[in-house]
Design a protein around this ligand. Structure first.
Ligand SMILES: Cc1cc2nc3c(=O)[nH]c(=O)nc-3n(C[C@H](O)[C@H](O)[C@H](O)COP(=O)(O)OP(=O)(O)OC[C@H]3O[C@@H](n4cnc5c(N)ncnc54)[C@H](O)[C@@H]3O)c2cc1C
Length: 376
């Protein structure tokens, strides 16, 4: 009998397994149907920030950033606090980021408006000639999705977590209102607790148990250029379009921007994305049309109606937990979400009130929260 079965081996499931194993929690099995990281995790940009506008996002992300620092120290995860730079070409966007900044300061997040000289220093290959203003978030940064997942996987494994890869959980075993394990290949695997960390696919899995969650997978796209030496340190955002670009640890530029997509749409390539992302970024990176794009891929954002995750118990079912619906921010939130869900599993309550505000029942109870600063 397992103490916990985790369904889904993306950054959330693997971080939860590692967190609980570190705490000496009992017998854990993580089941992944494809390969670890194969969902949204290995398709993501690796950006990490607390510069949001909701109390929940800011408070939880400040803690997550502390935990990213600990992961770097403990496991040598590739993580750097290289900042986020919000760039504007228009007066109206400058007003918008000033509004964001006022909210950040209310929650003790030290973002600041910066001028051309500062931008040139941290982002020498960004063209500032038409810049109207910029906001810098020094606490933000980036981590390598592959490195952070894989190092936590190895650490969890060495602490005794079992990994079953290439097997699909077809259903949660729920009897008398409580999770009792999972079904794989028609066989029941018993467990005292089950945690669903199946990313965008959580909606389909829970549907098989008649559990509806307000989660919509929406395709988002990213493109990767060839690699260069230092171009810009922070992740950069074009405030007008919400597009982002980040230089990976290897030196490639990874870019994303929102394009029209259907909810529950299939993951397929779109020429319109490439055209838009190059057109938006050429205004800041005039050299971009001359570089090679090496790879391009779509992946899911797991969207919720209020753009905040669904974490914690799946009430009224006992011993069933969920962590999904990150609406494009699941990678950065993984350390804090692992800590909060571990707290729910081991003590019956979250570590913070902000996590407690993000339970599934908020939608039925009309207690949704609001986020204005969703990007790419
Ligand atoms: C283009 C793009 C850029 C992004 N950039 C960022 C960013 O900069 N910063 C950030 O924080 N976030 C970013 N995100 C979002 C981030 O990638 C996700 O929020 C995060 O990876 C979610 O992790 P997860 O572990 O919940 O889900 P996933 O990584 O999707 O993992 C879920 C896993 O569950 C498995 N699974 C599903 N069903 C079953 C089943 N029935 N049985 C067994 N296994 C199952 C899947 O195979 C998958 O591996 C981006 C996303 C995209 C698409």
């Amino acid at each position: 009998m397992y103490d916990l079965i985790i369904v889904g081996g993306g950054i959330i499931g693997v971080s939860l397994a590692f967190k609980l194993a570190e705490q000496g929690f009992g017998k854990i099995l993580l089941v992944e149907r494809n390969y670890l990281g194969s969902g949204s995790t290995f398709r993501c940009a690796g950006g990490i920030r607390a510069s949001f506008t909701s109390r929940e996002h800011i408070v939880l992300m400040k803690r997550s950033i502390e935990l990213w620092g600990e992961l770097k120290e403990k496991l040598g995860v590739k993580y750097s606090r290289s900042g986020y730079l919000w760039l504007t070409h228009r007066e109206e966007d400058l007003e918008k980021i000033k509004g964001y900044m006022r909210i950040h300061h209310m929650f003790g997040l030290d973002t600041r408006l910066v001028g051309e000289d500062f931008v040139k220093e941290v982002a020498p290959y960004v063209d500032t000639s038409k810049m109207v203003g910029a906001l810098f978030d020094p606490l933000a940064g980036k981590a390598s999705p592959f490195d952070s997942l894989y190092k936590q996987f190895l650490a969890a494994k060495s602490l005794g977590v079992e990994f079953l890869v290439g097997k699909e959980v077809t259903r949660i075993d729920i009897e008398n209102g409580a999770a009792k394990g999972v079904l794989i290949d028609g066989e029941k695997i018993p467990a005292r607790n089950v945690a669903v960390t199946a990313g965008a696919y959580s909606v389909y899995l829970l549907e098989r148990n008649g559990i509806k969650i307000p989660l919509t997978p929406v395709p988002h796209h990213a493109a990767l250029t060839e690699d260069f030496g230092r171009l810009f340190d922070p992740l950069i955002i074009d405030v007008a379009s919400g597009a982002y670009a980040v230089q990976t640890f290897h030196g490639n530029v990874l870019m994303g921007v929102d394009v029209e997509e259907k909810p529950f749409g299939e993951l397929s390539v779109k020429l319109a994305f490439l055209e838009k992302v190059v057109s938006v970024w050429s205004k800041w990176l005039p050299w971009l049309p001359n570089v090679n794009i090496l790879r391009y891929w779509p992946g899911y954002y797991e969207m919720t109606p209020d753009h905040h995750p669904i974490i914690g118990p799946v009430t009224p079912i006992e011993n069933l937990y969920i962590a999904t619906g990150f609406s494009g921010h699941g990678f950065m939130m993984a350390p804090v979400v692992a800590e909060e869900v571990a707290s729910w599993i081991t003590s019956g309550r979250p570590r913070s009130q902000e996590a407690g505000n993000l339970v599934l029942s908020r939608f039925e109870e009309g207690k949704t929260v609001k986020e204005l600063a969703v990007i790419g």
